[in-house]
Design a protein. Structure first.
Length: 132
C-alpha cells in the first residue's frame, strides 16, 4: 500500500478521535507486513495519564489480533491539513521500537506534502530488551 492511501486511512480514523480537552485530533493507520491495516485514534481522559495516543491504539489493536510484524504507521493530526507533520510522542516511539527499528513513520497530508522516515531516525538512543 502506498503512503498516500495509508495516510488517507489515518485521516479517516482521526474523525473518531475523542479529544475534548486538547481538541488535537489524531488518527493512525498501521500496515502489517502481511498487508493488514489497523487504525486508531487518540482517546483522552480527564485523568490525563489514562489518555492513549492514536499510534498506540492502532499498535495494541494489531498485537491483540496476533499481528506483530509492522511495516509502517501513518499519522494524521489536526495540523496535517496545514502541511505540518505530526510525529509520534516519546512513549509511542518507545512502543514502536519494541516491534522493529525498520518500521516506517508516514505523516503529513494526503492532499499535500507527505513525509517518511524510519522509527530508528526518530529514536536513535532507544531502550530495548537487550538492556534488560
Amino acid at each position: 500500500m502506498d503512503n498516500k492511501t495509508l495516510l488517507e486511512i489515518a485521516e479517516k480514523a482521526r474523525e473518531y478521535s475523542y479529544s475534548p480537552y486538547s481538541n488535537f485530533k489524531v488518527g493512525a493507520a498501521l500496515l502489517t507486513k502481511e498487508g493488514k491495516v489497523f487504525t486508531g485514534c487518540n482517546i483522552e481522559c480527564a485523568s490525563f495519564g489514562a489518555t492513549n495516543c492514536a499510534e498506540r491504539t492502532a499498535i495494541f489493536k494489531a498485537i491483540s489480533e496476533g499481528y506483530k510484524d509492522i511495516e509502517k504507521i501513518a499519522i494524521a493530526s489536526s495540523n496535517s491539513e496545514n502541511d505540518e507533520p505530526t510525529y509520534p510522542c516519546g512513549i509511542c516511539r518507545q512502543v514502536i521500537v519494541e516491534f522493529g527499528l525498520d518500521i516506517k513513520i508516514v505523516t503529513g497530508y494526503s492532499k499535500g506534502k507527505i513525509y517518511e522516515c524510519s522509527i530508528s531516525d526518530l529514536m536513535p538512543n532507544y531502550f530495548s530488551k537487550d538492556e534488560m
